[in-house]
Design a protein around this ligand. Sequence first.
Ligand code: SF4
Length: 419
Amino acid sequence: MSSLAAFSTPFANSDGRTTAFVSGGADAYANARQVLSRFDLGVARNRRVLLKPNAGRTVPAGLGITTEPQVVAAAIDAFVEAGADVSVGDSPIVGVKELQALESTGIADVARARNCRVLYMDKRRYVEVPLPEGRAIHSLRVCPDVFEHDLVVSIPVMKTHMHTRVSLAVKNMKGCLWRRSKVDLHMLPAVPGYGDKSLDVAIADMSAVLRPHLSLIDGTVGMQGLGPSAGTQKPLGAVVASADAFAADAVACALMGIAAEEVPHLRLGAEWGYGIIDLERIDVTPEDWQQRASPFERAPTSLAIEFAGVDVRDDKSCSACQSTLLLYLRRFGEKLVADFGNGSPVVVAIGKGHAEVPRGTICIGNCLLEHRARGVFVPGCPPVGSAIERTIDAARAGVPSPAYAEEIETDDEEDEEAV
Ligand code: SF4
């Protein structure tokens, strides 16, 4: 990805038309191969190709949280057959270590079975990329692997998202941001002149320099409702591809029953000229592609985490802490209430906006570090669910909470500075 600012993709039509392709059926591998066969992958011959699936969380395949491994397998095979040098990589969400997520989803297995490199993209120090025209952000810390490949293919899973409405090919590129710099995008102040959330403006900004050359959206089993990780599975059996990530997202949105114009980061990016979301300007094949549409249940735009016996105080948290807490409460909430309730609600706090919390509060995440002495403190950014359970178990046994904010492991002193 040598010249990101002057973006062009060899997969685009020479006549300037924006095209997208949809395939469907029970076989995810066959669906992906079919849409990829519509592109001249020969342009990737002797070039380094980075396949960027959504493999940010340590979960098994098939939950709609991470990309279906067979879709990645199809992309590997198609590009290898075209003579490309192929790698598969991701930078997982904060709290997931190294290749854990790529391993747990089965993507690492399909890659290794094809002698394809598997990259933990956070391993080395970031490359700082300026964004001179950025509205919400003015530079990005990008994983270096992105710049060591000639072509990048975004391979997300089709999901609704509680903060960004959908998470598709454009937003999947946020997984190229280095380590905790991903979280920074959730913590920005409001952007003057924009009514949209700063996160949405920042993702659109990001597209100025992190646009994939090809997008392959996996709708084998998507996620609806409380995405990106706490929703329900939505089997759709479809795959979408386009050289324009915005066009791919617009077509995927239509299949999900959502207008791309309703998605702020897509609307803004299209307004700024980073891609096309107007379906009237996209040639989609086959003609009857909309017959594959099946509306996804939308994500709530504001999330009130409710659990009987628990008083959740959320002030300026990010989706990572919200979904971690939600999943924790689903699994262990009753036990928490039984052990800590004492007849009144258990107070749990997440987010960076708390000036104070009541005594006895369970403080989840590094943002609550300064309140750790008020009750039980669970370090992490975000803490993984098992860390919450472990810390609370220890508190039950009378062990004091950690007195530090858990940091990501770093490889050397230089990286420590960069965090
Ligand atoms: S601790 Fe949670 S709310 Fe705070 S920055 Fe980390 S993920 Fe976001």
